[in-house]
Design a protein around this ligand. Structure first.
Ligand SMILES: Nc1ncnc2c1ncn2[C@@H]1O[C@H](COP(=O)(O)OP(=O)(O)O)[C@@H](O)[C@H]1O
Ligand SMILES: [Mg+2]
Length: 277
């Protein structure tokens, strides 16, 4: 994909603090091009989820203070009303979280949950709804037959449950998908399959992905660029190749040094490429 687009999809410059606490994010600046996969990497507690919630307008306004601007498709997300944000969330900007089984409602069949997600932003006949659901399931390589649609979350593997959540997230063909530690709770094989799925969906649909993780090694293979969040600021941002070949900031260098080296014959700056599918 080209990184030469004139108009970024998203352009953020934002500071956030929770009531009674020092700032969590201080002038966090980054942009995303349409169809780009940007990795946002930072250690636990560095404010990654806070940033995701800020983009989606999900922070409790009474307990947090947000300054700056997040330009997205011509408007500043921080200036939108709750009504406008609700129209955007799940339709233009989608979110996939870490624990698939706790993000799904255990008491409802997945057909019901997918239908609710479709109806939240679309009006149409039951047949149209079902067609959209089946297409989304096929796009995440899940069965789309009635037997599968009748399942409850507990009747699925964790990998299948994560695919259902991703199907839900792509139902309305969002321009931006935010994956917040979406593969962190998965075993390594399922993690690799889901990462490949995100990459395949990015290529086939053109949706941009903000891939948030504490784990540089596991996500690098799917990212066009990587931004490193440290002590409330983005200390380094570059193409995946740049970050791996020439990490400039001390913290990025530490992250690189901490990465496991499975194949001694493979130079560190080539490790990310090994996982690209
Ligand atoms: N609702 C909240 N109220 C107060 N502090 C919070 C809240 N949510 C997160 N924090 C604090 O903000 C910091 C960043 O949290 P978070 O954004 O969840 O980090 P990450 O996702 O990188 O692990 C942590 O110190 C956390 O305790
Ligand atoms: Mg988090």
């Amino acid at each position: 994909m080209s990184l030469q687009s004139i108009e970024p999809l998203l352009c953020a410059n934002v500071s956030v603090r929770y009531a009674g606490k020092p700032a969590i994010l201080r002038d966090v600046r980054f942009d995303m091009q349409p169809s780009e996969v940007l990795g946002l990497i930072g250690q636990s507690g560095s404010g990654k989820s806070t940033l995701a919630m800020t983009i989606l307008g999900l922070l409790d306004k009474k307990r947090s203070h947000v300054e700056g601007a997040i330009k997205f498709q011509g408007s500043d997300l921080l200036q939108l009303s709750e009504h406008e944000l609700r129209a955007l969330r799940g339709r233009t900007i989608a979110l996939v979280l870490q624990s698939p089984l706790s993000s799904l409602n255990p008491a409802l069949k997945i057909r019901t949950q997918l239908k609710e997600a479709w109806r939240a932003h679309a009006s149409g006949t039951s047949a149209e709804c079902l067609r959209a659901i089946r297409t989304a399931l096929e796009n995440v390589s899940l069965p789309s037959n009635d037997d599968f649609l009748r399942k409850y979350p507990s009747q699925m593997s964790v990998g299948q449950a994560q695919r259902v959540l991703i199907a839900m997230a792509i139902l309305h063909q969002p321009a931006l998908l935010i994956a917040d530690e979406a593969t962190s709770a998965l075993d390594v094989i399922t993690q690799s399959e889901i990462l490949s799925l995100f990459r395949a969906l990015n290529r086939s649909t053109g949706m941009a992905i903000l891939y948030i993780s504490h784990d540089l090694a596991s996500v690098a293979g799917i990212c066009d660029r990587i931004a490193i969040l440290h002590e409330g600021a983005i200390v380094e941002c570059g193409t995946t190749q740049q970050i791996f070949a020439n990490p400039r900031h001390e913290y990025t260098q530490k992250l690189m040094a901490a990465m496991p080296r499975i194949e001694p014959s493979l130079p560190a700056n080539k490790m990310w490429a090994a996982s690209v599918t």
